[in-house]
Design a protein around this ligand. Structure first.
Ligand SMILES: NC(=O)c1ccc[n+]([C@@H]2O[C@H](COP(=O)([O-])OP(=O)(O)OC[C@H]3O[C@@H](n4cnc5c(N)ncnc54)[C@H](O)[C@@H]3O)[C@@H](O)[C@H]2O)c1
Ligand SMILES: N[C@H](CO)Cc1c[nH]c[nH+]1
Ligand SMILES: [Zn+2]
Length: 866
């Protein structure tokens, strides 16, 4: 009991009375006046606790539990009811006050931590005994009590229970008990000036300490009377200090408390909006970091967010994101669901650190708070409900409602149509008419994070080990990462037949595919061997291509072995005329051998050898060479984060003297679909890239899609995904993939160009009319409903090694030129010198490079041109 008085209120609908005495922070109300519901406490201010008097009439145990569960602090009952109400139901004794009929208290009540209510004042020795070691409140409930009598009681540590119609806030009013006089009578001080040290704090939700001041009996009484922060000035003795009288930074007094030994007072106040407590820079609190000087925000974290959102609700500018959230219910609900999914994903994905959970939870809190503030609910209201819930005396089991639990053993069709199952759900963003640069869209188009620096830390020791130990390191690391023992790391050509044991159908498939890839890549060779242009009369400039001599081609083999990648890299290398083609691919964990299809492709394309290793170790061996691996001039091919990091490393190391094709990381696709698109086709294309890996991403942009079509697509995704062997990977990929809804094809292409997808699929009417004019950035484009991305992955002829992660902005996919370098030459004649000689000399002179100038001068002089 921090205020030494319990006001008894009969009629809780009398708001004026409640407000007037809420400075005590507590009320006792008669059971009959209170309707029990989960909103019982909403009738009282946030900082007030409510006790209920159930000493009159028959007691119903369900009502008692109901009261305690609805946030009532304590229930007052008669001594006779203790057994049946408290002990028989195993309820906590500290949630009850017992009205005792006798000054001799039953030891059972003393042993347990009940509050006790007497009708006449117990002797000092009894009070002392009852107070021993316990945290109990001792009350006296009597209608015949004078001010003097009441003051006497509080000095002894006993609180009177007094009906509100017998109370006054004034220092004295005839026949009534003054709550201010009672409060000050209960205080003590050992300060020579007789003042009370006073802590001033804000109220819910932050309860920030604002500052320390001093109070006197007069200042406290005045403060309660005017319900403002009024303190005692120490500079001008005898003068009261009305906080904010000159500065305007006034305070509303919410509640008064004293500490455990009654010598420090606490004022809980509401600082006038926009004003601070501290005189320095008008800071909100005197304990504020000077770095944040001038801030008016109470507290940090959620309290600060609450304050900011409440003020944004009143006055946020049109067009601001928060205003949009307040106005656009669909957007806000979508964000709430999205953030909840992301939070769950962060906790489900073992690879994500716990700070990822905190990060996602902060996002969820933000949108949840916007939702609450929009509905007139403050953080203090939420905390009040949390407190109510934490005070419940009976609890539900805590199981989730059945509809939120994953059902077991459902058929594929059932799963596809059950809306509560979120396994294959992509986030849906309404991007109609909003800027493609807004956070919402940016977030949706953000690839799953790749932390290059962290991966580099893992990859560097691997690179160093292969540099130092060569073949031995390859053997060791293949054992470590791929679980395979190999004797020697390279399989040299000609490859033994038993390594290429594949079916005729497979051979046919590879042969058809290689044929098409070869045709398309051969067509990319320049028409003429040498291209020549006469730039000025007598000045002949030429360019010719030469193949890169030694190329190292990486064929991934982690979660799936990709012989198709061997074709996509090997064919253009052969077409370009590279002399030495080497492959690298990890051996299979199951068989311990290279994939026979990869060996067959290597054989068909005339490769010199296959390095039996994967990851960063394979890239390092190809870049620097080992005892049995020949050093390559260029390394090409896609791979996981370790492969990509090693490629980036070696291309920057001048010791390696090695270039790479591009950063080709986790596969991705962006599909643009309109109302006419076939939902099954759209779903199949999204899933074909989603199955590559958990770090893949798939995006669907729907142009003016109806709700019906969107639902069809979602159902098709679920149905097809459920039937896939790699559905676990798919569901994780879809969790960070999005559907963006737009109005027009122009908007769709604009978003796609911003995303710069590895694959762009157009399932729209007249798709071909948009190619090439609408496309600025993409690795490879699939035009029309009958062009699935898988055709490009295997057999149509285009290359599938393509830039990911947005690098399609500046890189091309692998093509014939990737395996060539282009050399220029020139032949300048006498006529040519006549035309450009003076220009060269003038430019060389301005650069101060005399030898350059002279090389022309000496020739022109000999020819008599100068
Ligand atoms: N962009 C493109 O053109 C394209 C084409 C095909 C495939 N891909 C992508 O290539 C990737 C292939 O990845 P993958 O993992 O299946 O095969 P991978 O061959 O790239 O990687 C497997 C190797 O990684 C190494 N490794 C595994 N765990 C390691 C660890 N903890 N530390 C160090 N090294 C480790 C092992 O050596 C293993 O052999 C996928 O993301 C796929 O989407 C991209
Ligand atoms: N789609 C991948 C490129 O991102 C390549 C591939 C190989 N096999 C199947 N798909
Ligand atoms: Zn693919």
């Amino acid at each position: 009991m921090t205020f030494p008085l319990l006001p008894y209120v009969n009629d809780i609908s009398d708001k004026e009375v409640i407000e007037k005495f809420s400075v005590t922070g507590q009320f006792l109300v008669s059971a009959g006046s209170l309707e029990i519901s989960k909103y019982t406490l909403q009738k009282f201010p946030n900082d007030v606790s409510v006790d209920v008097d159930a000493t009159q009439g028959k007691i119903d145990i369900d009502d008692v539990v109901g009261l305690l569960n609805s946030g009532v602090r304590k229930v007052f009952i008669n001594e006779n009811d203790v057994q049946t109400v408290v002990f028989d139901n195993d309820l906590p004794s500290d949630r009850f006050a017992i009205e005792v009929s006798d000054l001799q208290v039953d030891p059972k009540l003393v042993e347990n931590s009940f509050d006790l209510v007497f009708s006449s004042v117990p002797s000092e020795s009894v009070i002392e005994k009852l107070s021993e070691g316990g945290n109990r409140n001792i009350y006296v409930s009597s209608s015949e009590i004078s001010q003097e009598h009441a003051e006497d009681l509080v000095k002894k540590g006993v609180s009177p229970i007094i009906k509100t119609n017998s109370l006054t806030v004034l220092p004295s009013e005839h026949g009534k008990i003054s709550i201010s006089a009672l409060f000050t009578a209960s205080l003590t001080t050992d300060r020579p000036d007789g003042l009370f040290t006073t802590l001033v704090t804000s109220g819910a939700p932050s309860y920030s300490a604002l500052g320390v001041v001093y109070s006197s009996v007069e200042s406290i009484q005045k403060s309660i009377e005017v319900r403002e922060g009024v303190y005692q000035s120490r500079k001008r003795r005898g003068e009261l200090w009305y906080k904010g009288k000159t500065s305007g930074a006034t305070q509303k007094l919410i509640k008064l408390e004293k500490d455990c030994d009654s010598d420090v007072v606490r004022f809980i106040v509401e600082q006038k909006e926009g004003s601070g407590f501290c005189h320095l820079d008008k800071n909100y609190t005197c304990f504020q970091d000077r770095q944040l000087a001038g801030s008016k925000l109470p507290g940090k974290g959620l309290a600060k967010l609450d304050y900011t959102l409440q003020s944004r609700l009143k006055s946020s500018p049109e067009g601001s994101y928060t205003r949009r959230l307040f106005n656009d219910n669909e957007l806000l609900t979508a964000k709430l669901k999205e953030e909840l999914d992301e939070l769950i994903e962060a906790g489900t994905n073992k690879d994500k650190a716990s700070n990822e959970v905190a990060w996602e939870c902060a996002d969820l809190f933000y949108f949840a708070m916007v939702w609450c503030v929009k509905h007139g609910v403050s953080l203090a209201d939420i905390e009040k409900n949390l407190d109510i819930k934490s005070g419940r005396v009976t609890r539900r089991k805590g199981d989730a409602k059945e509809k939120y639990l994953k059902k077991k053993a459902k058929s594929t069709d059932e799963k596809a149509s059950s809306p509560e199952d979120n396994l294959y759900k992509m986030h849906i963003i309404d991007a109609k008419g909003i800027s493609k640069d807004c956070d919402l869209v940016q977030d949706a188009l953000k690839r799953p994070a790749q932390k290059t620096a962290d991966i580099m830390k893992l990859v560097l020791p691997i690179i160093q080990s292969v540099q130092k130990e060569g073949d031995a390191a390859l053997v060791k690391l293949t054992k470590k990462f791929d679980g395979v023992d190999i004797d020697s790391p390279v399989l040299k050509a000609p490859f033994p037949k038993e390594y290429m044991n594949i079916s005729d159908d497979m051979k046919k498939a590879i042969d058809i595919s290689i044929d098409n890839i070869e045709k398309f890549h051969a067509a990319q060779l320049p028409d003429k061997k040498v291209m020549t242009v006469e730039t000025s009369p007598g000045v002949y400039c030429s360019r010719f291509a030469k193949p890169i001599e030694n190329v190292g081609l990486y064929v991934p083999g982690g979660t799936a072995v990709l012989p198709s990648t061997a074709m996509m890299l090997g064919v253009p290398a052969k077409v370009a005329g590279c002399s030495n083609i080497f492959f690298a691919s990890p051996p299979s964990r199951e068989t311990g051998k290279l994939t026979p299809e990869v060996v067959y492709v290597a054989h068909k394309l005339g490769a010199k050898g296959i390095v039996m290793a994967g990851g960063a170790q394979a890239i390092t061996a190809l870049a620097y060479g080992t005892e049995s691996v020949i050093k390559c001039d260029k390394i090409l091919g896609p791979g996981n984060q370790f492969v990509t990091a090693a490629k980036m490393y070696v291309q920057n190391d001048t010791q390696a003297l090695c270039s790479i094709d591009m950063p080709a990381g986790p596969s991705e696709v962006l599909v643009i679909a309109d109302e006419k698109a076939d939902a099954d086709f759209v779903a199949s294309d999204l899933l074909s890239q989603a199955e590559h890996g958990v770090d893949s991403q798939v995006i669907l942009i729907g142009v003016d899609l109806s709700k019906k079509k969107l639902t069809e697509i979602e159902l098709a995704i679920r149905k097809q995904a459920e039937a896939l062997p790699r559905k676990d990977i798919v569901s994780k990929c879809l969790a960070h993939s999005s559907i963006l809804m737009v109005d027009t094809y122009e908007e769709a292409f604009s978003l796609s160009n911003k995303y710069a997808p590895e694959h762009l699929i157009l399932q729209i009417e007249d798709a071909s009319k948009y190619v090439p004019d609408y496309i600025e950035n993409a690795g490879s484009v699939f035009v029309g409903a009958l062009s699935p991305e898988s055709c490009g992955d295997y057999s149509s002829g285009t290359n599938h090694t393509l830039p990911t992660y947005g690098y399609a902005r500046q890189y091309s996919g692998v093509n014939t030129a990737t395996f060539q370098k282009f050399i220029t030459s020139q032949n300048v004649t006498e006529e040519g010198l006549k035309h450009i000689g003076n220009a060269v000399m003038t430019l060389a002179a301005v650069e101060g490079l005399e030898a350059h100038r002279n090389a022309v001068d000496v020739r022109m002089r000999k020819l008599g041109l100068l």
